[in-house]
Design a protein around this ligand. Structure first.
Ligand code: GTR
Length: 424
């Protein structure tokens, strides 16, 4: 397919001789725009049978379902319905949290309703004396005690992969990741903000070793085509939304799902499947998130398969070196969120995640937003750094690395204000 693969096959051949096995790594990473190669994206508005989609009825009845099916069959796998007896226990409601600006709730989510769990912990802040507020639901990487120094946030045992037991973290640092959030400002804008540690849905361990400890253990063992770890995390965050639907402090019809990096990929997939999410913010989601897979720039399909095959479904494994055979590309994942608002945030130094590939995907998904009466990326050129393109499909590239910056939250709040004011 791409000319680079002829070179690659030589490299792979060398690897075979040296290591006695194909590592799955596709040679040196390309960071040169002139070497991206030619590719043709599947047309998001042409159905598999060749029908040209010209109105929203055709989109919803024909094209959207087949794109969703392609993602289930080939990319992330098929997630089950809620299925198990998920239970919620609101074990704390503190009405005077964060020096009086917030109500803090802490909720135990038991994904099986039995002692074998698994159990995740949702931390929810809503503005004091307000109910039914739009809320950010944030997938995040660590115990909830890291999001803010608030001494009221409970610290729970975490899985020790070596022992297989849950143990209290040694020297937990409250607020260690506080620089990634803007909780007080978010509350001041009239929004709630909830956090869930994705590892509690399923631990993210090499070779998929986290599966016996996560939500997938409660379902029959996966076959090729069944769900991968991203599917599991997405399923889990939908259960967190099930809880938010029961909480009168939250307007569950206005929940913005947020995820960064692998959790940006997860947020996109969760939002694609679960249309109850009102909007999605995918921060630096990169390969198998919002970045086009057919572009040979930064992380590739091969890289994902070499390091994180267990994130994906079994059928995905066949696309190593065959990106052009993928039945979808990331503009189609984006199109599954439409017409709901979506914000793709990227970083200038995050070349591994291919910011330009995310911009091109957003452009390629724009016809779907427009077909559904929403605004997509009308701009022809990649915007200047730190210049938010504010639409229903929004885009920004911050100056800096693979990260969630304080200035990103300024943009996320502008985005939230915009979508909730224009779409009341
Ligand atoms: C990287 C991976 C990226 C992104 C990132 C993260 O190693 O290559 O796709 O998911 O991890 O989640 O931190």
């Amino acid at each position: 397919m791409f000319s680079r693969f002829s070179i690659l096959s030589i490299k792979v051949g060398t690897l075979l001789i040296l290591s006695g096995g194909f590592s799955g790594t596709a040679g040196a990473t390309n960071f040169d725009e002139s070497k991206v190669g030619h590719y043709t994206l599947p047309d998001v508005l042409t159905a598999n049978d060749g029908t040209r989609i010209t109105n929203s009825a055709e989109w919803y009845s024909l094209r959207r379902p087949e794109i969703l099916e392609a993602y289930r069959d080939h990319i992330f796998g098929r997630s089950p319905q809620p299925g198990t007896n998920v239970t919620f226990h609101v074990w704390e409601t503190a009405t005077n949290a964060l020096n009086g600006i917030a109500v803090r709730k802490q909720v135990e989510i038991n994904f099986s309703g039995t002692t074998s769990g698994p159990i995740a912990h949702l931390l929810l802040y809503t503005p004091a004396n307000q109910s039914a507020v739009p809320t950010f639901l944030c997938l995040q990487f660590n115990g909830n005690y890291t999001v803010d120094p608030d001494p009221g946030i409970a610290i729970f045992p975490e899985l020790n992969p070596k022992s297989g037991l849950h143990e209290m973290p040694t020297n937990p640092r409250r607020g260690a990741a506080a620089r990634n959030w803007k909780i007080a400002e978010t509350l001041a804008h009239g929004y709630g903000v909830a956090f869930i540690d994705y590892r509690e849905i399923e631990p993210d361990l090499p070779h998929g070793a986290g599966m016996p400890y996560g939500v997938r253990k409660n379902f029959p063992a996966p076959n090729a085509g069944d769900w991968g770890a991203i599917g599991a995390w997405a399923w889990g965050v939908s259960r967190a939304l099930d809880y938010l639907e029961t909480d009168k402090n939250v307007d569950a019809k206005r929940v913005i799902l947020f995820g960064f990096s692998r959790l940006g990929k997860t947020a996109l997939w969760a939002g694609a499947q679960d249309t109850r999410f009102a909007a999605v913010i995918a921060n630096c989601s990169g390969e198998m998130g919002a970045a086009l897979s057919r572009r040979d720039y930064g992380e590739t399909v091969n890289d994902i398969l070499a390091r994180f095959p267990y994130w994906m479904c079994g059928n995905f494994q066949q696309y190593s070196n065959h990106w052009d055979r993928l039945p979808v590309d990331s503009h189609m994942l984006i199109s599954l969120i439409a017409p709901r608002p979506l914000f793709l945030n990227t970083g200038s130094d995050d070349r591994w995640s291919d910011p330009h590939g995310e911009f091109l995907a957003a452009q390629a998904a724009t016809p779907v937003y427009e077909l559904l009466g929403r605004t997509g990326i009308t701009e022809t050129n990649f915007p200047p750094l730190d210049h938010l393109l504010l639409h229903d499909l929004s885009f920004n590239c911050h100056t800096g690395k693979h990260d969630i910056l304080q200035t990103d939250w300024d943009d996320f709040l502008i985005f939230a204000d915009h979508i909730f004011q224009t779409q009341k």
